[in-house]
Design a protein around this ligand. Structure first.
Ligand code: G6P
Length: 434
């Protein structure tokens, strides 16, 4: 049971089986069955049968031991097999979510020194900061602790540990695209040529990084289940896909039942850290992504969908489709719709042709902006929010000031000109372009 990153009043249930996490269709079936049973029982219908057997199972201990075993086996330390983390200092910042167990039940039992770890006790009011690897305070406090304690690694978990981020020994934050790059470097070493699926907010630099390591990059729809489901589908279609990650820090691996499991991601990074030390390589895990090119600026702006909530989805679709049509009908010169990551590096694309350009279902589009000299200035990703009635505009610029130029252009030549401003609250964009 978790509210994840949402306010505590919005708790929900996530279901998992041996085959992975259930989809919303599965969950709907479960809820319908439960509702039918409830009604039948209320009406005195249906067999009472034998009552279900309820068992108390200590899943957390089993899970921690599983993680410890993986680290021991894969490091296979030549002198101290059972304590492969002896001599390492690791800071954990659980942000008062439920990730504290990783400190005492995984790292310390393997010999690590976790002195200086932060906010390990669960407290649903999150008195310090949001447990979130995207949260600037969470990352900077962890950075301070890593530097103050001379730690080899800092780990940041979100509330329910399905997302994570890390800080390397120099204090550099590794989250978002950087975390995907780090995981890609690790996974591509184990599975050369594998496909990596991410959401389409990821940068061009990440696509090039994956390609430079011999991998393929599929950009897909935002929402961790969408990204994971795409990876499952690609595997079923015969495209080997070992890593599925969102820029939010959700990450799933084929070897781990396609589960978005932040602790498992950190386990992979910890193993790499120890291996690098054993191989006497210079630098911490951050050195694996030194050549990742990053955008000069990244900006996220939101536009609330106005009017009655029941019309929000339809209006959102209209706005996103209008964006695509404006570009395709050449009403927005300079803007070009983006292909999926794998085609944009210009090699034999492995992604199903239905996914070009990036999304066919009118949820989101991504476009690049070129200036009058046909120099690319940056890109924008336009989509409906997964949770709330708003349109998210993610912009990345290759040059300082580029996001403002792109937002200004979109505001004048698309938001106002197309009339979508009649049902979108564009104030955030207007404030940004001033
Ligand atoms: O659409 P938004 O409101 O930006 O939220 C998008 C995000 O929602 C949740 O956090 C999901 O777990 C993420 O997978 C997704 O990226």
């Amino acid at each position: 049971m978790t509210a994840s990153h949402l306010p505590y009043t919005r708790n929900g249930l996530k279901f998992f089986t041996k085959r992975g996490g259930l989809t919303s269709v599965d969950v709907e079936k479960i809820c319908n069955r439960a509702a039918q049973k409830y009604v039948a029982r209320k009406m005195g219908l249906g067999s009472r049968g034998t009552p279900p057997v309820v068992m108390r199972v200590d899943l957390m201990s089993a899970y921690s031991q599983h993680l410890r075993d993986i680290i021991k086996q894969r490091v296979a330390h030549p002198t101290h097999y059972d304590t492969p983390l002896k001599g390492f200092k690791v800071i954990v910042n659980a942000g008062n979510g439920c990730g504290g167990f990783f400190t005492w039940d995984v790292l310390e039992k393997l010999g690590a020194d976790t002195t200086g770890s932060l906010h390990l006790e669960p407290d649903g009011m999150f008195p310090n900061h949001m447990p979130n690897p995207e949260d600037a305070t969470a990352m900077s406090l962890t950075r301070d602790a890593v530097l103050a304690h001379g730690a080899d690694l800092g780990v940041v978990f979100d509330t329910d540990v399905d997302r994570s981020g890390v800080v390397d020994d120099t204090g550099a934050a590794i989250n978002g695209d950087r975390l995907i790059a780090l995981m890609s470097a690790i996974v591509l070493d184990e599975h050369p040529g594998t496909m990596v699926v991410t959401d389409a907010r990821a940068s061009d630099g990440l696509t090039r990084f994956i390609a430079s390591r011999g991998g393929h990059h599929c950009l897909y729809r935002v929402g961790y289940r969408n990204v994971i489901d795409k990876g499952v589908q690609l595997n079923n279609d015969g495209v080997e896909t070992h890593l599925m990650m969102e820029t939010t820090g959700h990450g799933a691996l084929k070897e781990n039942y396609f589960l978005d499991d932040g602790a498992y991601m950190v386990v992979k990074i910890v193993i790499e850290m120890v291996r690098m030390k054993l191989a006497e390589l210079d630098g911490g895990v951050g050195s694996l992504i030194m050549d990742l090119e990053e955008p000069a600026e990244s900006v996220l702006l939101r536009m609330n969908i106005l009017g009655e909530p029941k019309h929000a989805k339809q209006r959102g679709t209209m706005a996103v489709e209008a964006f695509k049509n404006y570009i395709q009908e050449d009403k927005l010169s300079g803007w070009v719709l983006d292909d999926c990551g794998d085609c944009s590096v210009g090699e034999g694309c492995l992604v199903d042709t239905n996914d070009h350009p990036i999304d066919v279902d009118a949820y989101m589009y991504r476009a690049k902006f070129y200036n009058e000299n046909m120099r690319p200035l940056g890109m924008v990703h336009v989509r409906q929010s997964v949770h709330n009635p708003n349109i998210a505009l993610n912009m990345q610029s290759y040059l300082p000031g580029g996001c403002k130029s792109m937002a200004r252009d979109l505001h004048e030549r698309f938001l106002l000109a197309s009339g979508v401003n009649e049902f979108l609250d564009t104030r955030e964009v207007e404030k940004f372009v001033k």
